[in-house]
Design a protein around this ligand. Sequence first.
Ligand code: ATP
Ligand code: MG
Length: 383
Amino acid sequence: MNVEAPPQSGQTISATDADRPAIAAEKLSKTYRTGFWLDRVVTPLKDCSVVVPAGETFGLLGPNGAGKTTLLKLLLGIVQPTAGSGKLLGREIGDRATKHKIGYLPENAYFYDYLTGWEYLDFIGKLFGIDSATRIQRMAELLDLVGLPQSAARRKQVKQYSKGMMQRLGMAQALMNDPELVFLDEPMSGLDPLGRYQIREIILMLKQQGKTVFFNSHVLADVEIICDRIGILNKGELICSGTLDDLLGEATYFQVRGQGGTPEELEHWLDNLEFQGNSWHGQLNQRSLAAQAGLGESGESEESEISPDQIGTISNNPDRFITALTKMDAKVIDLHLARQSLEEFFIGQIRQQHLNNSNGSDDGRLQDNDENPGKGQNVAPVN
Ligand SMILES: Nc1ncnc2c1ncn2[C@@H]1O[C@H](COP(=O)(O)OP(=O)(O)OP(=O)(O)O)[C@@H](O)[C@H]1O
Ligand SMILES: [Mg+2]
């Protein structure tokens, strides 16, 4: 893609200030009055502070109704905060000159039905003041990039587009001004597996070009591949944020797949043991491994006498397990060090907040934020 600086209005903004975060929001909150008498209050976002260093890809996760789109709209200056402040590319939210450096794919993008995709992109290019030759070149490049055939884009009116085509067009318009900072509200939504893959590749390409990407998504597998940093939002609160390594920790246990043996013997060694066809898989139980090691050295089998440090050291070596497998006439197909998945972490965080909010008085079952609108929200009138 042609990386040409878009035209500026107003002051010039330095694009390469390494110390300056691309996004810095401090205690952003949003409250809406609702109901016929405007006497109910909903608070989709409470005291949300988030920092995204320039050049990083940030994934915002959260259940339906958690406040993800609200945060994104506040950052973009589309919605005014009730409290708090923020900066994009070093300037206050809403700064006009900064908007030239921002791309945005809305959650429910609205297009002019009677324009073709080509005409729509041309219109967006004109809004940014891009000259005709550059516009034509960029439109062709972007359509190729998002996988929308140029012939269809030139011929078909937007009202004839499928959901996937609209999403692709939305992605193309978000990149029309070759932005430095890109906001994408559920970019994978409505796309087939190929489309999802293409969007993933585009986000990785933007990252390679040094751009900052902030996106909302429910597709945790994609987020895990793409993001440097994530945040989890639930009931309007950012319950955690950090790099994937910070949040998921290091690989600390062995994930094993194998064949043979008996369930009774395998259960002694493996947690979460599951059988599939003629193979099984599970997580190597560190205490069993350590207990076996303790038995060998001191003649005692008391697991409680083995310290956590010892467990860490011993469980780095699965030799005893492999020896035991040979004795039970089983074999390993795959054995690798693993850490919890983003999905496990996500579910754990949401469940924990749910339990905290209900003081442990319920069973910790998860609900969409939208299914439980009053809970955890201020319903008193605002004076
Ligand atoms: N203009 C508004 N007036 C009143 N309530 C609103 C308004 N906009 C959003 N909300 C409420 O704020 C909450 C958060 O909405 P938001 O769209 O930010 O959630 P989300 O995390 O993006 O959800 P989803 O994953 O479904 O897109 C919801 O309960 C929603 O009903
Ligand atoms: Mg949303």
